[in-house]
Design a protein around this ligand. Structure first.
Ligand SMILES: [Zn+2]
Length: 261
């Protein structure tokens, strides 16, 4: 049975109540960690041998609340004796900086004791994880919306940011990552969707509902909530349930919650 463990469901604003973005997707025996916001290594440690066993790390974009926990995650895998290879899939622009950061922390691959492979997402190229589990990256404009034209922006940066679609048989899970606009989800909403894990920081709930209006969506999980929404979770849930009567379940999972499908 597929499941998602919501490790960190907070936004980019530090909070005592919710940690930075990280979710563990389980599909047919494969465990895929989607984003590695802090303190994901501690949260995974609480879940048995998963640090030794998880199959891949999938990073949506290079904002610190999605990627900042990677060195500690690798260090944790090392200290707990991981030997299984770890593929990391990430925006290509983050590869060299992340590798440099990790080696600056004295985490060489030889010292880690397990092989790490670095794989840049390519739009339109599906990644196969075996057991009929695959992931398709969809580029979005989140980082461009955050930086292009803003003061101090480095115009040479590609601003690569992705939403991810994970497929196993007829089960489809979509992780929005962060978005410039909910309309960017449209190409992912063609055909039935088992679960959409969507951020709710960069647009209003009503805008999201208008994009999802005609989607064949079973379960909607809202994470990465804007501060106002985070304070009024019940009302957000009620609003989306009212606006999206075709969606069977609307959840606003908290850190540590596991949802089975
Ligand atoms: Zn972001």
């Amino acid at each position: 049975m597929p499941s998602i463990s919501f490790l960190g469901t907070g936004s980019g604003i530090p909070s005592a109540d919710s940690f930075f973005s990280s979710s563990l997707l389980r599909l047919d025996g494969k465990h895929l960690l989607v984003d590695a916001g802090e303190p994901c290594v501690h949260l995974l440690r609480d879940r048995g041998t998963i640090l030794s066993d998880f199959d891949a790390l999938l990073l949506t974009h290079g904002h610190v609340d999605h990627i900042g926990g990677v060195p500690a995650l690798l260090q944790g895998c090392r200290l707990l004796g991981r030997t299984k290879p770890l593929p990391i899939h990430l925006p290509g622009e983050m590869m060299a900086p992340l590798q440099a950061w990790i080696s600056a922390l004295y985490l060489t691959e030889e010292a880690m004791g397990f092989p790490v492979s670095w794989n840049a997402w390519e739009a339109g190229t599906m990644v196969d994880f075996g057991n009929d589990v695959s992931v398709m990256p969809y580029p979005n404009g989140h980082l461009r919306a955050c930086y292009v034209g803003k003061s101090g922006a480095d115009a040479s940066r590609p601003c690569e940011s992705f939403s991810l679609e994970a497929i196993c048989g007829s089960f489809r899970a979509i992780f929005s990552g962060d978005l410039a606009s909910p309309s960017e989800l449209a190409p992912l909403l063609e055909g039935p969707v088992s679960v959409l894990v969507c951020e709710l920081s960069h647009f209003r709930a009503e805008e999201l509902a208008s994009v999802l209006q005609s989607a064949a969506l079973e379960t909607l999980c809202l994470v990465h909530l804007d501060e106002d929404y985070a304070m009024d979770r019940g009302q957000v849930r009620a609003l989306l349930q009212e606006l999206l009567p075709q969606v069977s379940d609307v959840f606003l999972p908290e850190d540590g919650e596991v949802i089975d499908f």
